[in-house]
Design a protein around this ligand. Structure first.
Ligand SMILES: Cc1ncc(COP(=O)(O)O)c(C=O)c1O
Length: 441
């Protein structure tokens, strides 16, 4: 018996949509019925060029055939296997392939189901690591203004987006925040990493002196703050954070949920920035967005510290029912092989100069006050409409959709982060559509 087809205009009320103005959306819904390669398709057959890789995740393009096949075959063979005190072969094979591709001695990986869970896992590992080494006095975590680390209480506590934090009370105690790294007056229209600003990392040294470095467990940053507007780190900023953390025995965590899987350079971008963090958080492009999954990479000495301290019991009391789920592991393994066999990360690198040129050609278009780029990421920041922050970008987002392009709005910034399979004409289409929409606004 075949299931009844899903209607193309279903009832909208029951689903409480995440990070969405529900009432506004439901009064004028935008539903995608199908996707393929670079495009979404609506039920009426019209297409939308995907300029944001879904939500920064479909890096190999939609319905990537080997990933789809791996999910189908695995669902048919092993729908679920418990991950506590049991396992299944795919997840071990996948972990092995991932750490093989990871830089330095990032030798072990802990699986979860989202970026938020992978962040919380990293924070918990950092705290427990110090405790395992009799340094349980290290309880503070340091985040940064304008960074996004998901929505779990841990990740939210270190995140730096006030609107996300405000409804939820005091959050985790003992969290400190670094200043963000954006200064338009000094950085506007930088291509790639701005020359100015390495000294912003010294704010960490000042925070530590004020609060006693021996109380600090970890510093977490996005190498490039994605969601709040592609804030590219100044040259030497990240290495300087590394130096300061090393000086004080503090773990450095990179949240590479957006910056991984070819978005900037390679599977993880930390090598590009010349830094080896102690833990790296990943999600999104991991499975090409096809099955939810998060991954927290740790360096060997961290894993070893747990193995040496735990006797033969459970070394880390942490995990999820769906950690290393067979469908996610199969999708991740197929995605990794697909990225590697098709050299998609190198392809993105090769496209980056043209992407940069097209992005910066937006300078001088109406309302544009800055353009930022790195790898296959770009942000076009717009002057806000007076008294109505965010509205100019929302209007541009809607108008671009009408013109057949999906470009994300965050505050008054337009964000672009396409699948790595994008062709030259499609890159041109994204920016020329944005320019057209701004000229008409
Ligand atoms: C840098 C970063 N960290 C964490 C997250 C949270 O990931 P998820 O939405 O999968 O929980 C995101 C999501 O956009 C992100 O961009």
């Amino acid at each position: 018996m075949s299931a009844a087809p899903i209607p193309s205009s279903p009832p909208l009320d029951a689903y409480w949509m995440p990070f969405t103005a529900n009432q506004r959306f439901k009064s004028n819904p935008e539903l995608f019925a199908r996707a393929d390669g670079m495009y979404y398709y609506r039920a009426d057959g019209s297409s939308v060029l995907d300029g944001i890789a879904g939500l920064w995740c479909v890096n190999a393009g939609h319905r990537c055939a080997p990933v789809v096949r791996a999910i189908q075959q695995t669902a048919d063979e092993l729908d679920y296997a418990p991950s506590f005190q049991m396992g299944h072969p795919i997840v071990f094979e996948y972990a092995d392939a991932l750490v093989e591709a990871a830089p330095g001695d990032l030798s072990h990986v802990f699986f979860s189901n989202s970026g938020s869970e992978a962040v919380d896992t990293a924070l918990k590992i950092a705290l427990a690591y110090h405790r395992a080494r009799n340094e349980g006095h290290r309880y503070r975590l340091v985040g940064r203004e304008r960074d996004y680390h998901g929505v779990g209480f841990g990740g939210l506590s270190v995140s730096g987006i006030s609107g996300h934090r405000r409804p939820y009370g005091p959050l985790l105690p003992g969290v400190l925040h670094l200043p963000h790294t954006y200064d338009r007056g000094r950085m506007a229209y930088s291509r790639g990493q701005p020359d100015w600003g390495a000294e912003l990392a010294d704010a960490l040294q000042r925070l530590l002196l004020l609060h006693d470095p021996s109380t600090v467990a970890a510093v977490i940053v996005e190498p490039v703050a994605g969601s709040t507007g592609v804030l590219v780190p100044p040259k030497d900023y990240l290495p300087r954070l590394r130096e300061i953390c090393d000086r004080h025995g503090i773990l450095l965590i990179f949240d590479e949920v957006i910056t991984g899987f070819g978005r900037i350079d390679g599977m993880l971008s930390c090598e590009y920035f010349g830094v080896l963090p102690d833990l790296v958080v990943s999600a999104k492009g991991l499975t090409n967005g096809a099955v939810p999954m998060g991954a927290t990479f740790v360096r060997r000495p961290i894993y070893d510290a747990f193995m040496q301290s735990g006797g033969s019991g459970i070394e880390l009391p942490h995990g999820y029912t769906y950690s290393g789920h067979p469908l996610a592991a199969a999708a991740g393994l197929a995605a990794l092989r697909h990225y590697q066999e098709n050299r998609l990360f190198a392809r993105a690198q090769a496209l980056a100069p043209r992407w940069e040129a097209l992005a910066h050609a937006m300078q001088g278009e109406p309302h544009v006050v800055d353009v930022r780029n790195i790898g296959l990421l770009a942000a076009v920041e717009l002057a806000p409409i007076e008294g109505k922050p965010g509205q100019r970008a929302q209007q541009a987002h809607k108008a671009c959709l009408k013109e057949g392009c999906l470009i994300r709005a965050s505050g008054d910034t337009m964000l672009l982060s396409p699948p790595l399979i994008i062709e030259d004409a499609q890159m041109e289409q994204l920016f020329s559509t944005l320019a057209k929409v701004l000229r008409a606004a």
